[in-house]
Design a protein around this ligand. Structure first.
Ligand SMILES: Cc1cc2nc3c(=O)[nH]c(=O)nc-3n(C[C@H](O)[C@H](O)[C@H](O)COP(=O)(O)OP(=O)(O)OC[C@H]3O[C@@H](n4cnc5c(N)ncnc54)[C@H](O)[C@@H]3O)c2cc1C
Length: 413
């Protein structure tokens, strides 16, 4: 590593990311009296929700499945809180546990020093100033959605209209009366289509893969909650069969509208391939009525035109890429055992995917939303708590003291 302008010794863990996952770990550790340093590249907590989501967004799952540890949602919040309510809740959470992230610092490198037995976490600030944190534990909480995935489509640079990823889409207001091609039929793509319809735009949806669309609610309760309940008593395949029957009754045969279902049921598909089923918030009705048109894959773009693989062509004013996100961990974490270099996710399963070697942890990568992240945050805090206590017992003056003195001297010189 090149020489940083400042070194900081962190007696407790360094947590990378001040989203719901990072804050949840910090809060659980705070309860145990363990100090943390939380590092965040943007100037706010919950930056994904604040800076990169559309205005009409609400929690997709009922609030009881999206709570962070140790603090519930305000009782007056609706079942599906709005984006602003969720952000207010997360901000209040940080305030309650007095979590003060180091904002505007991007972690550019984290590496374990075998000789010293410490992690070195290097950050770059807004003025390119570098800081190196030295610590025993690193918690990776940079999220499954750290960077937008922007596919390379032939002729993209020739397309004259606006092309943007959903992370930059705010509302259909800017698209009134326009023909918009939405690429990708996950939850975001489907919801953006609905939003565009509500603002009298004319969306077409590119559906490349097979997809499970489920109603948001079944039998008067959330589909997610019902599935979780049934899974306590029944095997996944049986619950899947139930979900498919109920979806057929509520939504009809989606293949008639060009939305083909995968062979595996929705939960099995999610478990094996990590693909979340799409919850219908009203887009399907718009597809049925013809307000949203379904298209196949794009072959190439040109001027204002998209040419599709079936040979058809159509003019569009704008393109919105609902093509998802990816982890950015491989770009900064110099560790290849725990995290996969290919997708930037821990290699383990939900049961063991949160704990690595040498004081390395991950929270929020299990594709189980905020509920999964909260469970992992508790496990991480328990584990670090045990190490912290053991260290205090066997080494009360802490062997890190000389290191922290050396760093102080370094900074002073
Ligand atoms: C549109 C949308 C709707 C969703 N709805 C739901 C829902 O209803 N329920 C649910 O459970 N989940 C939902 N999710 C899933 C989502 O992943 C979680 O809501 C949640 O934000 C994940 O929290 P996180 O802290 O793991 O990640 P994030 O919220 O992404 O936070 C990670 C933080 O790390 C920071 N960071 C990244 N890299 C660095 C770096 N190198 N250095 C410093 N900081 C860095 C980021 O800036 C960010 O603030 C939704 C996601 C999206 C995109």
């Amino acid at each position: 590593m090149s020489k940083p302008s400042r070194w900081v010794y962190a007696p407790g863990p360094v947590i990378v990311g001040a989203g719901p996952s990072g804050l949840a770990v910090a809060a659980c550790l705070k309860e145990k009296g363990i100090p943390t340093v939380v590092i965040e590249r943007y100037s706010c907590v919950a930056s994904l929700w604040k800076l990169k989501t559309y205005n009409r967004l609400r929690l997709h799952l009922p609030k009881q499945f999206c709570e962070l540890p140790l603090m519930g949602f305000p009782s007056e919040y609706p079942t599906y809180p709005t984006k602003d309510q969720f952000i207010a809740y997360v901000e209040e959470y940080a305030k309650k546990f007095d979590i003060r992230p180091h904002f505007n610092e991007t972690v550019s490198r984290a590496e374990y020093d075998q000789n010293l037995g410490f992690w070195h976490v290097k950050t770059i600030g807004l003025m390119a100033e570098e800081t190196e944190y030295v610590c025993r534990w690193v918690v990776v909480a940079t999220g499954e959605n750290a960077e937008a995935v922007v596919p390379e489509i032939e002729g993209m640079r020739e397309f004259v209209g606006d092309i943007r990823h959903t992370s930059l889409y705010k509302s259909g207001e800017d698209y009134k009366g326009k023909k918009v091609l939405v690429v990708g039929c996950g939850n975001s793509g489907m919801e953006v289509c609905l939003d565009l319809c509500n603002y009298n735009a004319k969306p077409s949806l590119v559906v490349k893969d097979k997809v499970h669309v489920l109603p948001q609610e079944m039998l008067g309760t959330s589909t997610f909650g019902l599935s979780m309940f049934l899974l306590k008593w029944l095997p996944t395949r049986m619950v899947d069969r139930f979900l498919l029957i109920m979806s057929r009754l509520a939504l009809g045969d989606t293949t008639r509208f060009g939305l083909y279902r995968p062979l595996l049921g929705p939960l099995e598909h999610k478990n094996l391939l990590g693909k979340t089923p799409v919850l219908d918030f009203g887009t399907l009705a718009k597809i049925k009525s013809g307000d949203v048109k379904i298209c196949g894959s794009i072959k190439r773009l040109k001027h204002y035109t998209a040419e599709f693989v079936d040979g058809s062509t159509e003019k569009f004013d704008a393109i919105i890429l609902a093509t998802g996100y990816k982890s950015n961990v491989p770009s900064w974490l110099k560790e290849r055992d725990f995290f996969s270099e290919e997708d930037g996710f821990p290699r383990g399963t939900f049961q063991n995917g949160w704990i690595g070697e040498r004081g390395l942890y991950a929270v929020g990568f299990a594709k189980r939303g905020i509920l999964g992240a909260s469970m992992e945050a508790k496990s991480v805090a328990e584990d670090i708590g045990r190490c912290w206590e053991a260290q205090a017992e066997h080494d009360p003056i802490s062997f890190a003291r000389p290191l922290s003195d050396a760093i102080r001297q370094w900074n002073e010189n």
